[in-house]
Write a protein that binds this ligand. Structure first.
Ligand code: UDP
Length: 241
């Protein structure tokens, strides 16, 4: 199948190095301490953060740092005709773990000993790259909850199809069976905190594809900073400051 046409356009009309349209909204879940909706094209996810709060299971409590928990689920209606168990399957367990580790790397857990932070992420609409979208939503939700972080962690995927590196794969591109990487990146610290790869990628190309995903992460970080700034301005306006 042709994923990049002779004019250099992808199936959804994007250029190879173009990201899907981003959209974010802070405060979607009123009961949560922090929450956000994050969209990357047709992939739409929601994140809700509770905490820091008392540790529920005392045997998991740590005197040195906060306990971070994460649950990734897909809403029953989030996918088209590919019906799979949305909760409790191996894929969701793996993605929950990956997101937890990624968020843990940016939260200043040592400032909140004997406490617990719960991060819930749910996919409302799936079109590839849901784990990246969830990491981006979780970052916004953590910032909204006022949880201290060493940096904003952002995530983006990239792949390699028709001998072309492609940024931010959608479902059709992702399911083509070509290699793809998902990167989690701390922009201020210039550090990669997550790297997952599906299928083999020639070693002379891996650097290129990974660098493309890092550029995507940087662009997302710029967008997230804008959203946070706008949100702060609105809060100040409402408080009459
Ligand atoms: N997907 C689906 N049903 C499932 C799991 C995945 O339709 O039960 C689709 C969904 O669009 C998802 C894509 O397959 O975004 C790629 O899934 P993958 O496991 O690679 O994770 P993701 O790219 O979403 O992080």
């Amino acid at each position: 199948m042709e994923f990049v046409n002779p004019e250099g356009l992808r199936l959804d009309g994007r250029r190879p190095m173009e990201m899907r349209q981003l959209r974010a909204e802070i405060g979607a879940v009123a009961r949560a301490d922090g929450s956000a909706v994050f969209e990357m094209g047709n992939t739409k996810v929601i994140a809700a953060v509770y905490g820091p709060r008392e540790v529920q299971n005392k045997s998991q409590q740590s005197n040195d740092q906060a306990l971070v928990r994460c649950e990734y689920t897909m809403a029953n209606f989030s996918t088209g005709d590919r019906k799979r168990k949305p909760k409790g399957d191996r894929r969701s367990t793996e993605i929950s773990l990956v997101i937890r580790q990624t968020m843990e790397a940016c939260i200043l857990t040592h400032l909140m000993p004997r406490s617990q932070i719960d991060i819930y992420v749910q996919v409302l609409q799936a079109d590839g790259g849901t784990r990246s979208a969830c990491i981006n939503a979780a970052t916004l939700a953590l910032a909204d909850a006022g949880i201290p972080m060493r940096d904003l962690v952002t995530s983006c995927s990239s792949g390699y199809l028709n001998s072309t590196p492609l940024l931010d794969l959608n479902y059709l591109e992702d399911s083509a069976g070509g290699p793809d990487v998902t990167v989690g990146f701390l922009p201020k610290l210039d550090r990669v905190t997550l790297l997952q790869m599906d299928a083999k990628l020639p070693v002379d190309i891996v650097e290129n594809v990974m660098q493309l995903a890092i550029e995507g992460c940087k662009a997302i970080a710029t967008y997230i900073r804008e959203v946070l700034l706008e949100n702060t301005k609105q809060l100040e306006y409402r408080r009459g400051l």
